[in-house]
Design a protein around this ligand. Structure first.
Ligand code: HEC
Ligand code: HEC
Ligand code: HEC
Length: 104
């Protein structure tokens, strides 16, 4: 569903993931991969400075509850959160995301 996938000819999992490395949590590495195709200036908030270039991921792929996915124990239930691979320009809760990013 992502415009990234629909509008590029050869995007695959390996465009962003190197299955031979443990890279989870390294947003700089992943954000560099976004920037194989994008420039910082493509982002609507590029004027916030180069720092946004280190973390495209937490804003544009923010974790979402998997629909219906719940981990249950005898006493608790917690939703399963996964990085949202439907990359969108209009990010959910963008005002909150911007406040978090600025550290307000
Ligand atoms: C293989 C090239 C490629 C990679 C890698 C890539 N994108 Fe894209 N992306 C595109 C193309 C092509 C478009 C469509 C641009 C257009 O229509 O003008 C796009 C569109 C977008 C849009 C706009 C979506 C919309 O609905 O309008 C966002 C946001 C975006 N990309 C963010 C990212 C982020 C964040 C990453 C890294 C996690 C990333 N992209 C990685 C090629 C890529
Ligand atoms: C546009 C870049 C991009 C593409 C293409 C992509 N991923 Fe991801 N994926 C990410 C990012 C960024 C993360 C979050 C990385 C982290 O764990 O820090 C992620 C996380 C994941 C996770 C961990 C799930 C979680 O929430 O902890 C899995 C599994 C995964 N991707 C599988 C895939 C598979 C399979 C494909 C191909 C069908 C794919 N990805 C394509 C960028 C991408
Ligand atoms: C702090 C959060 C944040 C970070 C970090 C961030 N973005 Fe964005 N991005 C936004 C917001 C907010 C918008 C505008 C969304 C809206 O209009 O609702 C946007 C819009 C975009 C768009 C669509 C622009 C348009 O004209 O429609 C693209 C493409 C994009 N970002 C790419 C990126 C890439 C690539 C990176 C990393 C280099 C990145 N963004 C980092 C928050 C972020």
């Amino acid at each position: 569903m992502s415009a990234c996938y629909k509008n590029s000819r050869d995007m695959s999992c390996a465009t962003c993931h190197d299955p031979h490395q443990k890279e989870s949590g390294d947003f700089e590495v992943f954000s560099r991969r976004c920037q194989k195709c994008h420039k910082l200036d493509d982002c609507a908030i590029a004027d916030m400075g180069s720092r946004i270039g280190h973390n495209c991921v937490e804003c544009h792929m923010a974790k979402n509850p998997v629909i219906g996915g719940v981990l249950r124990s005898s006493r608790n239930a917690a939703p399963i959160l996964m990085w949202d691979h439907f990359i969108k320009a209009r990010i959910p809760n963008s005002q909150q995301a911007l406040r978090d990013f600025r550290g307000d």
